[in-house]
Ligand binder design. Sequence first.
Ligand code: NAD
Length: 265
Amino acid sequence: MDLGIKGKWALVCGASKGLGLGCAQALVADGANVLINARGAEALEAAASSLRSIPGAGKVLAVACDITTPEGRAAVFGAAGGPGKDFDIVVTNAGGPPPGDFREWERDAWIKAIDANMLTPIELIKATVDGMAARGFGRIVNITSGAVKAPIDILGLSNGARSGLTGFVAGVARSSIAGAGVTINNLLPGAFDTDRLRATAKGQATKTGKPIEELLEARAKGIPARRFGTSAEFGAICAFLCSQHGGYITGQNILADGGMYPGTM
Ligand code: NAD
């Protein structure tokens, strides 16, 4: 299927690996130019060269910076050869907050989580959405988490910050921009096989003394699909939402979790 995004400019944040890279790969494969971002320059450059090797790849730019800071966002929007703030597609993403016990989180921990997982996507939307509306096409996909629908107690920082973003998106997606060809959706990963998932399992392995592969196998068995999702699957869903065909889907929370969420809706 031709997604109709050839030559469009996409900003994909947190894209040196994992779900962000999966989204960048799918967008590049469908002909979009991309500017990818992550903090570590070396891993980001490696990701950029792998994207450039995709057949038919357009422009691939890489800006190493922390997207949760004003300086990071200024670097992304000021990148030489990039579209400035005139992105047609924006995929917001940054690392998730650490797990823990809410009794131990002071104000600083909350501000950090809210900054990364709520205010940064809002700033990126604010910077790009009016230009998209003026040009009559725009797609914003926020990578959030299945924990927005089914909260996990130890992920309280994530549950709280991402729910704030979810509420904001529900309103703005239905504002006047909806009539100007701009959609905003949240894509909610369940368990996907990325470094983050493995790092969490490694922490559990250290705590419990159980081998990491045993823990991963047990977790995968608990998912109706009996496996973890792949970044490629996640990227394909993201690319569809960013495509011309996704123009009538807005303000939605799309869960990709192999059937893990038990509710009817
Ligand atoms: P990952 O650790 O594999 O990759 C994260 C990427 O984001 C890396 O490229 C990293 O360099 C980049 N990054 C992190 N902080 C950044 C920052 N401040 N500025 C710029 N780049 C930054 O993680 P992932 O599994 O791909 O997860 C992506 C998001 O999805 C996270 O917010 C995570 O909490 C959420 N999530 C993931 C899963 C899962 O199963 N993988 C499940 C639920 C939610």
